[in-house]
Design a protein around this ligand. Structure first.
Ligand SMILES: *[C@@H]1O[C@H](CO)[C@@H](O)[C@H](O)[C@H]1NC(C)=O
Ligand SMILES: *[C@@H]1O[C@H](CO)[C@@H](O)[C@H](O)[C@H]1NC(C)=O
Ligand SMILES: CC(=O)N[C@H]1CO[C@H](CO)[C@@H](O)[C@@H]1O
Length: 409
């Protein structure tokens, strides 16, 4: 037999065997696109069963989904990690998650003493410490400066163009970064100080700093981004003084109470210009949702929402209008985007683990319109007629935002 024919025959045979071996009723829990009402069939071609089991909604589990909705999820685990002596960094940008036009994100890790070198960006940078502690330092265009030690839950915001640096203080330190432009890798986004100095004629450096040119002969030209170092003990004085009060570029979690949650399903921290005045282009919410609870159906009138899932397991359906809806399964390490004004909810689908995520908006404010409150504050007879629900139900819808609705666990 011709070798190719043999291969085809073997392949055909193995498909038959596989098809017969797969239980018709095995279903989504086994990573098979087969519904209880008999739709679908087993996957016989190449597939990553592990990923399929984690994403039953990609397989078609949710019967209310409809139409073609683009992918709105990206796993940091699918990002290219850059490793350095002193840490690592991986990002989620518009080429990874094309629907995220407003926000790009990154995770970054610094070991003790390691320095994210001095740099600035064309875009604003927002940071949230979730492990360890860091020293951040920045100087604005007026020559005002701030040096601050941040711990877990604390946030920084550097406006576009503000020179800054970050140093790890504990043995291991990690934080989430968000930038107010999805196209973070565009040319002209990040400017590293060593890069600039290495690319400036020596006699110009001498003239600029009023120093012998040799002073700069060891400046690295390789752009290390993260480098080993010793923990800073220097203090800064002079210039136009320290940034503080409403001009401060840091938000300390300990100075702010958690938001009141009528629905009782968890905790919420809103970090926008009402609580962190300097953060003019990035607003954020840090949410903890208890098992079985629901971030109620709502939409954001003012911005696209970018999400980073820090802990737990979630399910969310995004409604894009005109009959379009798609459900996504999220777990720790995923990022996601809900387009501007899209309707959505997030449910904690774990039996016992809290769900923790961070929402980022390119805005000065976090604004949301909950569905229940809208219906409750519309004439009840109109709502009853349109939705064909009993009048007394429409009359008794909750008029107060629930935000996080407690589920039974
Ligand atoms: C860190 O401190 C040690 C001990 O003082 C010194 O030998 C070393 O050169 C320092 N490293 C850097 C990067 O300055
Ligand atoms: C500081 O910001 C808060 C919140 O935006 C505002 O209410 C307050 O008036 C500001 N204070 C000053 C001194 O500008
Ligand atoms: C503890 C709890 O209520 N878990 C629920 C989370 O959500 C999933 C999916 O809706 C339910 O199956 C779990 O029972």
């Amino acid at each position: 037999m011709h070798p190719v024919s043999t291969a085809v025959a073997v392949l055909a045979f193995s498909c038959v065997v596989t098809a017969a071996a797969v239980e018709r009723n095995s279903g989504f829990g086994d990573g098979q696109p087969i519904s209880e009402d008999g739709k679908g069939a087993p996957i016989l071609g190449g597939t990553d069963n592990h990923i399929d089991i984690q994403n039953p909604d990609n397989l078609g589990q949710q019967s209310t989904d409809s139409g073609t909705v683009p992918n709105l999820k990206w796993r940091f685990s699918d990002s290219k990690n850059r490793i350095f002596k002193g840490g690592w960094s991986r990002q989620s940008v518009v080429t990874d998650l094309p629907s995220s036009r407003d926000i790009a994100g990154a995770q970054q890790h610094l070991t003790k003493g390691s320095i994210r070198e001095l740099h600035w960006h064309r875009v604003a940078e927002w940071g949230y410490v979730y492990a360890g502690s860091v020293l951040v330092s920045a100087v604005d265009h007026n020559g005002q400066y701030q040096v601050a030690k941040l711990e877990v839950g604390d946030v920084w915001y550097f406006p576009p163009g503000e020179g800054h640096t970050v140093q790890g203080l504990d043995d291991e330190n990690e934080f989430l970064l968000a930038f107010d432009d999805g196209d973070f890798d565009a040319r002209g986004t990040t400017f590293n100080v060593d890069d600039w100095i290495a690319r400036t004629p020596r006699h110009i450096l001498a003239k600029n700093f009023g120093l012998p040119a040799e002073v700069f002969s060891n400046v690295p030209a390789t752009n290390p981004t993260i480098q080993n170092g010793n923990i800073s003990t220097s203090t800064v004085t002079g210039g136009a003084g320290e940034l503080s009060g409403n001009a401060s570029f840091v938000y300390y979690a300990k100075d702010h109470d958690l938001q009141d949650i009528p629905g009782g399903g968890g905790t919420l921290r809103i970090i926008d210009t009402t609580t962190f005045p300097a953060s003019k282009t990035i607003a954020a919410t840090v949410v903890t949702l208890t098992p079985g609870s629901l971030r109620e159906l709502h939409w954001h009138p003012n911005a696209e929402e970018w999400l980073y899932f820090h802990k737990g397991k979630a399910r969310a359906t995004v409604f894009l209008g005109t009959g379009l809806a798609r459900t996504f399964d999220f777990s720790a390490g995923d990022t996601g985007v809900f387009p501007s004004n899209s309707g959505h909810y997030i449910e904690n689908i774990s039996e016992d683990e809290d769900l923790v995520w961070i929402e980022i908006y390119k805005s000065d404010r976090v604004l949301d319109n909950p569905l229940t409150q809208w219906l409750a504050l519309t004439p009840a007879d109109l709502v009853a007629q349109v939705l064909r629900i009993p009048l007394d139900i429409a009359q008794n819808l909750k008029k107060e935002k629930q935000v996080l609705v407690k589920g039974s666990s």
